[in-house]
Design a binder for this molecule. Structure first.
Ligand code: PEP
Ligand code: MN
Length: 272
């Protein structure tokens, strides 16, 4: 089966894996606060669930960069369901992610959990993530819109698409630039961590004209389901995917069952 052009043109080590030849230029404009999302092919946002150490984030960033990935994720302020779970390295994690982004020439994205951290994160990373648990935190949305940084808004796991739309409007009312992310919702089905609502992609694209991504890791909860979820996302016209990649998933401090190893991630790129 012929591979899509954005994959076919690249071999590991080439620069354009996640975009067309102009994508790099468009993406890199975000360093000045401009457009991040204006690419014509799917953007792949990849990196670990959480930044765990300098060695961990640099190991994964260097391999992702070789594979042509331009946007590096890494959670620093982590929203964990259990209070005794790893909560992230917080400010140190943000600094380590920013350092890895600079070292390997990648854009960075990390979650802002609270208004109190907005300025700190906005000064250091390129794209501000609003997590599923915070989609309804309208004060946070307003605060992030004020920073002028692009905001990556994840759908609450219990939000209707109307509620998701209204949350996005808070960002658009500010001077924010935004992208949306379907990350699965809670249903009666327990076979996956969340239920990927794939129709959210075309519906949200039509409603707001914003780029819509699919988080293929949190929507499935299992590494083995990431490939089919990613294929579905691309098939319905997602502007990109977010995928968790860890140098050693079995030793990850969070979400170990859904994070891909570099080898698994390489296979994902080959079949997309
Ligand atoms: C994440 O992407 O790090 C995350 C916690 O996802 P979500 O907010 O969708 O659960
Ligand atoms: Mn995670």
């Amino acid at each position: 089966m012929p591979m899509p052009q954005h994959i076919r043109q690249d071999k590991p080590g080439c620069a354009a894996r996640c975009g067309d030849e102009h994508a790099g230029a468009r993406l890199s404009r975000s360093h000045g606060g401009g457009a991040v999302w204006g690419v014509s092919v799917p953007v792949i946002i990849a990196g670990p669930c959480a930044v765990e150490s300098a060695a961990q984030i640099e190991a994964v960033a260097s391999r992702l960069k070789e594979l042509g990935i331009r946007v590096l994720r890494g959670g620093a302020f982590k929203a964990r369901t259990a209070a005794d779970s790893f909560q992230g390295l917080r400010e140190e994690g943000v600094n380590l992610l920013a350092q890895a982004g600079r070292k390997f020439g990648m854009l960075t994205i990390s979650e802002v959990l609270d208004c109190r951290h907005a300025e700190f994160v906005a000064e250091r990373v390129d794209i501000l993530q609003v997590g599923s648990r915070n989609m309804y935190n309208y004060e946070l949305l307003k605060e992030l819109a004020k920073t002028g940084k692009p905001v990556f808004l994840k759908r609450s796991f219990m939000a209707t698409l109307d509620e998701f739309t209204h949350a996005a409007e808070y960002l658009l009312k500010g001077r924010g630039e935004a992208a949306l992310c379907e990350r699965g919702i809670r249903t009666f089905e327990a076979a996956t961590r969340n239920t990927l609502d794939i129709m959210a992609v075309p519906i949200m694209k039509e409603r707001l004209g914003l780029p819509v991504f699919v988080d293929v890791s949190h929507s499935t909860g299992r590494a083995a389901l990431v490939v089919p979820a990613a294929k579905a996302a691309i098939a319905v016209g997602a502007d990109g995917i977010m995928v968790e990649v860890h140098p050693q998933p079995a030793n990850a401090l969070s979400d170990k069952y859904q994070q891909l190893s570099i080898e698994q991630f390489t296979e994902l790129l080959e079949v997309l």
